[in-house]
Design a protein around this ligand. Structure first.
Ligand SMILES: [Zn+2]
Length: 87
């Protein structure tokens, strides 16, 4: 029996349900509303993977910014030391 994911438009919950192709009317197991949508299971996986990939990329950018900041501070310190030495 194929598995389907459903989302409820009333309580915004998602759940998986197994049923045959000619499914009887399905209702939300949480609030028993029939205002539900079928969610393709592949779609959820892809969306999640894309988000994780994006998050990883953002982390890399953060690290670069952090390194730039450290480098800048080191230059500032070096400059200050030069001034001290000149005195
Ligand atoms: Zn519901």
């Amino acid at each position: 029996m194929p598995k389907y994911n459903y989302g409820c438009n009333v309580c915004n919950r998602e759940w998986a349900q197994w049923h045959s192709m000619d499914a009887p009317s399905i209702e939300c197991p949480h609030c028993f509303s029939k205002n539900i949508e079928k969610v393709p299971s592949n779609f959820i996986t892809i969306t999640k993977a894309t988000q994780e990939k994006k998050a990883a990329k953002e982390n890399v950018v953060d690290h670069i910014e952090e390194n730039r900041e450290i480098l800048r501070n080191m230059r500032e310190n070096a400059k200050n030391e030069d001034v001290l030495n000149n005195d």
